[in-house]
Design a protein around this ligand. Structure first.
Ligand SMILES: [Zn+2]
Length: 419
């Protein structure tokens, strides 16, 4: 069987045919000639109108999927058309490439599929190409996916933020969190009102009635988010999710602990609280035997940290309620106790919870469907992606990488996958 037969079987080009193939001079690549079918008119790459050719550009190489350890290139001279619709001279559309890239869509999808499993550096090394090519390949696959995704089924959103760079640089992430359809929808820089507004602006560009179809949105107690969400989604229930609330508890508890540890040190008391951070912060079932033993010993002592710890443990009962009414009563009682605890971080927390009471109770109104596990799970995946890519060099790369790993993006419909 000839190479031409295999390529014709897999590519199914309508207006182009596969010509002869040959080695390059160094015999490390195969060059496959592509020709336009006689009588076929070139098609405008902007509007898709077929018109008579204007001129022909010099031959170019487009890298294809490697075979038998050899790099494969298509060689073709692109034509230009004088498009009557666009009223200017435009390069023709070709089915293997979107025009500007020096690689075929097939090769981009091939590299991107490996880039999901390996670091971009390893992919480049394995397939004898550059890191930059892998990056451009993933970027083109992501761009295709972002413009071709279907947003019809999105009715539940989750908003989260992550620190991605040293010096408190944040990214805002918006997910779809419908049961069975969880994916990253959008990434934006910072966590300001403008960030949240540009999410809604971008989505509306893709689907005019996007905001109207949203029923539930889970978010953090972060004011800039809440303000913009209320403005754009007046019909949706805004749920302050459990994951983010318990995250705040972790921070408050750790503040009490470190302040108390400092005080003990200054008063030359025994260092009871040194190396106890995780004893208090981790869930009980996740403690090691040693940590569990230590925690039990600490709980017998009259410490401010223990008091804060017990307040947090008590608060966990909130999530067991079913009715918003009873949950509300419990919340009130808990906040009352916290205000009288004389622990500043816990008092701050109680004030914050009281201020956001209606949104917290929305969790029960939404019938607990959107629990902490969803946002927490996605948050963990994001952190893993960041760690795997050794921190991102630029915002653009961070976005490409996150959409690629978590966007569940559609791929072009190839007649045959050559990999
Ligand atoms: Zn045109």
């Amino acid at each position: 069987m000839r190479l031409k037969t295999i390529l014709n079987y897999g590519l199914k080009f309508k207006c182009f045919c596969i010509g002869k193939s040959e080695f390059n001079e160094k015999k490390d690549s195969i060059i496959v000639e592509i020709k336009a079918r006689t009588n076929s008119k070139p098609v405008c790459s902007i509007c898709g109108t077929a018109s008579p050719g204007y001129d022909t550009l010099p031959e170019r190489l487009f890298e294809f999927v490697p075979m038998w350890g050899l790099r494969v290139f298509f060689r073709y001279a692109m034509r230009r058309v004088s498009c009557p619709q666009c009223k200017r001279v435009v390069v023709e559309a070709v089915p293997w490439c979107d025009g500007k890239n020096h690689f075929t869509n097939h090769y981009a999808a091939f590299l991107a599929s490996w880039a999901k499993e390996l670091s971009w550096k390893s992919v480049a090394a394995h397939f004898h190409t550059s890191w930059q090519t892998v990056c451009s390949a993933v970027e083109s696959v992501v761009n295709y996916g972002l413009t071709h995704r279907n947003l019809d089924s999105v009715t539940a959103l989750g908003v989260d933020e992550i620190a991605w760079h040293k010096g408190h640089k944040y990214l805002t992430l918006v997910y779809q969190i419908n049961p069975g359809a969880r994916r990253l929808l959008w990434v934006g820089e910072k966590r300001t009102q403008e960030t949240m507004s540009s999410f809604f602006a971008d989505m509306t560009k893709l689907k005019a009635d996007f905001s109207a179809q949203i029923r539930v949105i889970c978010s953090d107690m972060w004011k800039p988010y809440l303000k913009i969400i209320a403005k754009h989604l007046p019909q949706a229930i805004n749920v302050l999710d459990r994951f983010h609330i318990m995250q705040k508890f972790g921070k408050a508890l750790d503040k009490v602990r470190s302040e108390e540890a400092k005080r003990l040190r200054q008063a030359k008391q025994p260092p009871l609280l040194s190396k106890t951070r995780w004893c208090f912060l981790k869930r009980r079932e996740n403690l090691t035997e040693k940590q569990g033993f230590k925690l039990n010993e600490l709980l017998k002592m009259n410490l401010r940290t223990v008091k804060a710890y017990l307040l947090r443990e008590q608060f966990q009962k909130l999530w067991e309620y079913r009715s918003p009414g009873w949950a509300g009563k419990f919340l009130e009682q808990w906040c009352h106790a916290a205000i009288f605890s004389r622990l500043e971080p816990m008092k701050d927390l109680a004030r914050m919870l009281t201020a956001h009471r209606p949104l917290i109770l929305n969790y029960f109104r939404a019938k607990k469907q959107f629990n902490s596990g969803i946002v927490e799970g996605l948050n963990r995946k994001i952190n893993l992606t960041i760690r795997k890519s050794f921190g991102f060099r630029t915002l653009k790369i961070a976005k490409v990488c996150l959409y690629h790993q978590l966007g569940e993006l559609p791929e072009p419909d190839f007649a045959h996958k050559f990999w």
